[in-house]
Design a protein around this ligand. Structure first.
Ligand code: NAD
Length: 471
């Protein structure tokens, strides 16, 4: 496995001690050779990335299982295929995306050419999170490669098997000098953040996002922050309750709720609460016929720390469904809580696990004010058959994205930007946005030396006679 991947860059640098400083230095030298800007080179790297995903499919699934007990199906769909799809889209459209864009012009610029030249930023730092340890690294990496940058990739230490796999094998496929992997935790990431980058793409928690933003501020480095938050679900009384339950539970069960856009809590009337609980019981029987613990399709919590954090959120709650836990196995059953108060701990922080609280609201206005009284979420889910109601949520709330009558699915089309707003992040990617994120759009005016335009433009030259001023 692997490809002929002798680096095309000859680095004449100090002996490579693998410190963050050294690595950034070397990567910058690689970028400065200009090699990453060649379209042929970029396409080769992206094709090699696809080959890596194919060659290491089984190893990736095994690593995912070890880190998160992810089923093979989930690893293939939400990690490998998801990443590969993004790369394929970039490859198919790279010529188009990278072309200079003609800019509109009015009569004043009749003799000029106006266009937008797309410049890669330079050396990009991509920092990944553990919950989708492959796709959250390779998605931004592919965008940055496509745009012509050099990249240092820092996977999450909390998914050590996937991190090791990326560290060991990715550079058999990608140019080692232009796209190195740097593994490590907080200390190593902090070291990297001391250095100057031309762009930082971070995925992780809002708190760490603030640390990254502060570090970027030192060099005025532009950033994308893909953060988290509590994504609400509003359920109207008029929905098809069974389909609604199925879609919400599928989204919550995916990666055991450890998904940045997982439905975090439900807002609905008391009547709908009764109906959704019954529907959820039925759906869970269908999806996990032998129970969650026995199911090969149901994962585990990432760490003891997160397990304990989640169990604490269950204290003094009314459990309508589930509630079983097993610390040795890091297992938490899909759990639905009813009649939750807005002041409960479970409503204060992002849950990031298989716990789904239901908060009762009397009407749409109450639901909207509730959402607006909190930080802007990464996703908002509205289930309703009434267009007027879904429009109300669109107009009166702010969130990274919205999915109406389903959950998670809005992050899949290449044509939709994915990103947060406010506390859930800044910037966006996916599809063409993955390319655009990593280029500086340089405005270019091209003029000529012809006599007529020169004469028409001559008003700007001093001396500023009265005639010139009055024209
Ligand atoms: P995290 O913030 O703990 O870690 C993310 C990355 O930052 C890791 O690579 C880690 O090594 C590094 N890091 C952690 N603490 C640091 C520090 N003090 N200084 C420097 N670097 C540090 O996040 P996580 O636990 O890996 O991921 C879960 C969070 O990420 C959730 O809030 C989730 O919603 C969010 N998330 C967002 C998206 C998105 O696309 N918006 C996707 C996945 C996860």
């Amino acid at each position: 496995r692997g490809v002929d991947n002798m680096s095309v860059v000859d680095i004449d640098s100090p002996p490579a001690k693998s410190t963050a400083k050294n690595l950034v230095y070397k990567t910058r030298r690689s970028f400065e050779t200009g090699v990453t800007k060649s379209l042929t080179f970029r396409k080769k790297q992206l094709n090699n990335l696809l080959k890596f995903l194919k060659d290491y499919e089984d190893d990736i699934c095994t690593a995912m299982y070890k880190d998160l007990r992810k089923s093979r199906h989930e690893s293939l769909v939400t990690e490998i295929e998801f990443a590969a799809n993004g790369v394929r889209h970039l490859l198919a459209n790279l010529d188009e995306f990278s072309k200079p864009e003609k800019a509109e012009k009015d009569l004043a610029y009749f003799f000029d050419d106006l266009y937008i030249h797309k410049d890669p930023y330079g050396v990009v730092l991509v920092i990944g999170a553990w919950n989708y340890p492959l796709s959250l690294c390779l998605g931004p990496l592919a965008g940055a490669i496509a745009a012509g940058n050099a990249v240092i990739l820092k996977p999450s230490e909390l998914a050590p098997e996937v991190s090791l796999l990326l560290d060991t094998y990715l550079n058999k496929y990608l140019d080692k000098e232009c796209y190195p992997v740097y593994v490590g935790g907080v200390a190593e990431t902090s070291e990297l953040l001391e250095e100057k980058f031309d762009y930082i793409f971070f995925t992780g928690s809002t708190n760490t996002g603030k640390i990254v933003y502060k570090a970027a501020n030192r060099y005025l480095t532009p950033v994308t922050l893909e953060l988290g938050g509590k994504s609400p679900v509003y359920i109207d009384d008029n929905v098809d309750i069974f389909i609604t339950a199925k879609r919400i539970l599928w989204a919550k069960l995916t990666n055991v709720g450890q998904t940045c856009v997982a439905p975090d809590y439900i807002l609905c009337s008391k009547t709908t609460q009764e109906k959704i609980i019954k529907a959820c019981e039925q759906v869970l029987k269908e999806m996990l016929p032998n129970g969650a613990r026995e199911s090969q399709d149901y994962g585990r919590i990432i760490s003891k720390r997160h397990f304990r954090r989640l169990v604490n959120l269950l204290q003094n709650q009314k459990v309508a469904i589930g509630g079983a836990i097993d610390e040795k196995d890091l297992f938490i059953e899909p759990t639905i809580l009813t009649d939750v108060s807005i002041n409960d701990d479970v409503m204060k922080e992002e849950i990031f696990g298989p716990i789904l609280p239901i908060v009762n609201v009397n009407n749409v206005d109450e639901a909207i004010s509730f959402i607006n009284s909190r930080e802007k979420p990464l996703a908002l889910y509205v289930f309703s058959k009434t267009r007027k109601i879904t429009e109300l949520f669109l107009e009166k709330t702010s969130s990274g994205g919205v999915c109406i009558n389903d959950c998670l699915m809005h992050i899949t089309p290449h044509s939709l930007p994915f990103g947060g707003v406010g506390a859930s992040g800044m910037g966006m990617y996916h599809g063409k946005y993955s390319f655009d994120t990593f280029v500086h759009k340089k405005g270019v005016m091209l003029r000529n030396f012809h006599a007529l335009p020169e004469k028409l433009q001559s008003l700007r030259y001093p001396p500023f006679t009265k005639t010139k001023t009055n024209m």
